[in-house]
Write a protein that binds this ligand. Structure first.
Ligand code: FAD
Length: 324
């Protein structure tokens, strides 16, 4: 049994930030990470440019300096690795937490490698590992993807992108540039307001010039190996598709949170927590980062989730002072 003061589950930007703030209180902090450090960013599209400036992605008062205002995925990977080095964070990557339970006043955290006890547990597991899926025949075929990496393999291929927010628009743009024949199917009646304003004009001009086919008020009915059946106001259409990118969002691991005793609103996917302290319905069990947003992932991202660590550390400090 390993004993520590605080366990953080997930070494994404918000978990790292929480670790820095708790370490500043003099606590021994262990981060358990099932993938690699900042695994969600590692899994972004290879050539992704952040919509945030590097300033707004920085954590722990460590400057994130880039030549351009908005960094690329690889800049961020370098930055967060550097932060982990400078702050000497104890990150155990490749270690997945499978259960968290309370035994008396302490937490017992079990991973696939070890068992830990801790006074405080912070859940910073994000949502990126659980893609939303389509409830239609063929949704689980191997050419239906929920993550977009690179466009190169789709040169002169018919690609159908489902969704109308940033991930769908970014993927469609990159695919078109790489010579794919792109159709975007979106259930909304107009472009989503969440699409970044500096991205939309370029996308719209490709749609207007017929280089990308955009179908609004459209829903997917069936996917086969070679085509996707789409319903619009004009009726049904079978669209040839060599690959499908269902960029329709992600959600937190509801079951995992509930097994820890965290109460959850299943409708919104939101865990019950105090927004001032980030503490859940279980004392000394905190959440940090986008996991707090439930299904509405657009409300919390790195820019604001990176501050959750300060709130958590403030509460923990108060409890440490009270124990003296
Ligand atoms: C393409 C793209 C571009 C984006 N651009 C921006 C941007 O410009 N600005 C911005 O602010 N946000 C952006 N975001 C959103 C941002 O990536 C997320 O808000 C952010 O990653 C949330 O950080 P987090 O630490 O809460 O969770 P995550 O970064 O998802 O980290 C969670 C970590 O927990 C680990 N984990 C999960 N379960 C377990 C377990 N059981 N045991 C151990 N480890 C576990 C995961 O492997 C992961 O590393 C973007 C997202 C995408 C997809």
């Amino acid at each position: 049994m390993n004993t520590t003061d605080a366990i953080i589950i997930g070494a994404g930007p918000c978990g790292l930030s929480a670790a820095i703030h708790l370490q500043k209180l003099g606590l021994q902090v262990v981060l358990l990470e099932k993938g690699s450090i900042v695994n969600s960013i590692y899994r972004y599209p290879t050539h992704q440019t952040f919509f945030s400036s590097s300033l707004k992605l920085s954590i722990g008062d460590i400057p994130f300096i880039t030549a351009k205002e908005k960094p690329q995925r690889n800049d961020a990977l370098v930055y967060y690795r550097t932060v982990a080095e400078l702050e000497q964070l104890d990150i155990r990557s490749g270690e997945e937490v499978t259960s968290v339970r309370k035994d008396g006043g302490k937490f017992v955290i079990t991973s696939d490698k070890a068992v830990y006890t801790a006074d405080y547990t912070i859940v910073a597991t994000g949502y990126y590992d659980q893609p939303n899926t389509l409830d239609v025949p063929g949704a689980d075929l191997p050419h239906v993807h929920h993550y977009f990496k690179e466009a190169h393999p789709y040169f002169r291929k018919h690609v159908l992108v489902i969704g109308g927010k940033n991930s769908a628009v970014d993927a469609a743009l990159e695919l078109e540039r790489a010579g794919a024949y792109v159709t975007v199917v979106y259930r909304g009646s107009d472009y989503s307001k969440s699409v970044k304003p500096w991205i939309l004009p370029g996308f719209e001009s490709l749609v207007n010039s017929g280089k990308i086919r955009m179908l609004f008020d459209a829903s997917v009915e069936e996917i086969t190996e070679t085509a996707v059946t789409v319903r619009t106001y004009d009726g049904r259409e079978e669209i040839p598709s060599d690959a499908v990118f269902a960029m329709i969002g992600y959600h937190p691991d509801y079951d995992f949170l509930e097994t820890m005793g965290i109460r959850l609103d299943r409708q919104s996917g939101c865990p019950e927590y105090d927004p001032d302290t980030m503490e859940t319905s279980v004392r000394n069990l905190f959440i940090a980062g986008v996991i707090a947003a439930g299904n509405n992932a657009n409300s919390i991202f790195i820019e604001n989730g990176r501050h959750h660590g300060e709130q958590i550390a403030g509460t923990v400090m108060g409890r440490m002072d009270a124990d003296l």
